[in-house]
Ligand binder design. Structure first.
Ligand code: GLC
Length: 467
């Protein structure tokens, strides 16, 4: 391990964000990484805004968030939705800013059959990020578009009216290749169809990805687009379209429930501060309903773990991933006894306590691969949620036992980024078939990856709340 150079990390974070920043025709934002990821991604930009705030670049943080709304859907059944990707390249002037934007733009506009943005969404962590900027004028500026986004979730993604929110596509959850989708993907592959768009995949040479699952995600997108189009043309009622989308995947995820709960609460706080009392109450009530529905439905007492559900009728996706640790960050969703059981899993070397935790799949799972994209590898945003979640648990239950693992995760995260640079993701260690001690630390994906800048917040937390 090289010695930790905090000032150096700060300089690097600033350089990475600056190199990735673009001025598109209708908004300034930061690409996750040049070349590989030229567009604006919804949750990446929320993390970027957080890092800008840490660096004292308040204006960039605001621009990053404002730009997210430039392709908010304005009309039709999905009015209010924020796209998961807003493309660079739809305006001629954008193209000069990234040498590969032209090809990437052509590929992605074709993939989504849409000129400006994708037609799915991503983890809705924008309200909590706006709430970080303590300025009522800025809150007022974004209040209505924000409400339209969360109202869209409440109107369109709660199809059974049971407060269990659904994602229609794996990409919406942010953990693109998570084995929580494997059963649905296997079913799609069993059809023997070939995805039309397979050659349109993102070029990410050092990221290990399972090609079969990638093909399944393209098939999932094709099928979703067919249903969406039929609904938009009035050939299918909303109820019938929902039935088909639920059967396609209809994924209820513990981490998505947590993001929604935390963000509806943040929106409720913003509303209260702006004197929007009725809306504020409505969002806070929905956040409570989400926590209740989550605990009533997703918890598995025998395993001591939350498992997602998918399909119609919904069934359990019994695979252990990092997702329940994200739930710890979202206010009071996880009760005390359940948090304790999660902690035990986290600290179990046969499951999550690998050389460089937190792996995105438990070692005990067949799908586990310590180097593979969201199937075991370690991601800095996940660790950021986990560290915050553990600290919150320590506070809520007045229990120090949550702090030591938070410290270990924080230190190892800082080491990884310090030694290997601002990569997209990292080796989790402990491959099942090899001697763990022989494993070298490794980073994968682009070398100038924006949200890895969250390491600065992790360092700040280590130095303050975990001291
Ligand atoms: C990949 C990740 C997703 C991220 C995007 C841009 O698709 O899985 O979470 O938002 O890249 O960085």
């Amino acid at each position: 391990m090289a010695s930790i150079d905090l000032a150096g990390l700060q300089d690097q974070a600033r350089r990475v964000l600056q190199a990735n920043r673009v001025t598109a025709a209708r908004g300034r934002y930061t690409r996750p990484a040049p070349h590989t990821y030229p567009h604006q991604w919804l949750w990446d930009s929320c993390f970027h805004a957080r890092v800008y705030l840490l660096l004292g670049d308040d204006q960039y943080a605001r621009d990053e968030l404002r730009a997210l709304f430039r392709e908010q859907v304005q009309s039709g059944v999905d009015a209010g939705r924020l796209p998961h990707m807003t493309f660079l390249g739809a305006d001629e002037a954008d193209l000069s800013q990234d040498p590969e934007a032209k090809a990437a733009y052509a590929r992605d506009a074709a993939l989504f059959a849409s000129p400006r943005a994708s037609n799915i969404t991503q983890p809705p962590i924008v309200a909590e990020t706006v709430y970080l900027i303590k300025d009522a004028t800025f809150w007022r500026e974004l209040w209505e578009p924000l409400c339209r986004y969360y109202d869209w979730w409440m109107r369109r993604r709660n199809p059974r009216a049971d407060h269990l929110y659904v994602q229609w596509h794996l990409w919406e959850g942010g953990a693109d290749a998570t084995p929580r989708g494997d059963e649905a993907c296997a079913r799609l592959l069993a059809s023997g169809r070939r995805a039309r768009a397979l050659e349109w995949q993102t070029v990410n040479p050092t990221a290990k990805k399972r090609q079969d699952m990638l093909a399944a995600r393209f098939l999932m997108l094709e099928d979703l687009q067919t249903v969406d189009a039929a609904e938009a043309q009035g050939e299918l009622s909303e109820a019938e379209a929902d039935r088909r989308r639920l059967a396609l995947w209809g994924h209820i995820a513990i981490d998505m429930q947590a993001y929604l709960m935390a963000n509806l609460n943040a929106l409720a706080q913003i509303g209260a501060a702006l004197g929007e009392t009725e809306s504020s109450r409505r969002y806070a009530a929905e956040a409570r309903a989400i926590a209740e529905a989550t605990n009533a439905t997703l918890w598995d007492e025998e395993a001591g773990f939350y498992f997602d559900r998918f399909g119609d009728p919904a069934r359990s996706a019994r695979v252990m991933t990092h997702a329940p640790f994200i739930a710890l960050y979202a206010g009071d969703i996880v009760p005390k006894e359940r948090a304790e059981r999660l902690l035990r899993h986290l600290l179990d070397p046969a499951r999550f306590w690998t050389r460089w935790p937190v792996p995105t799949t438990a070692r005990s799972e067949k799908a586990f691969d310590p180097d593979d994209y969201w199937r075991g590898s370690t991601w800095i945003n996940v660790n950021w949620f986990a560290v915050n979640g553990l600290i919150l648990a320590a506070r809520r239950f007045d229990d120090e036992r949550y702090l030591q693992p938070a410290r270990v995760i924080a230190r190892k995260t800082i080491e990884l980024v310090n030694d290997l640079g601002f990569r997209e993701f990292y080796r989790a260690g402990a491959p099942r078939s090899e001697d763990d001690a022989a494993a070298e630390p490794m980073g994968f994906g682009p070398r100038s990856f924006g949200w890895t800048g969250l390491v600065l917040d992790i360092a700040r937390i280590l130095d303050t709340e975990l001291r």
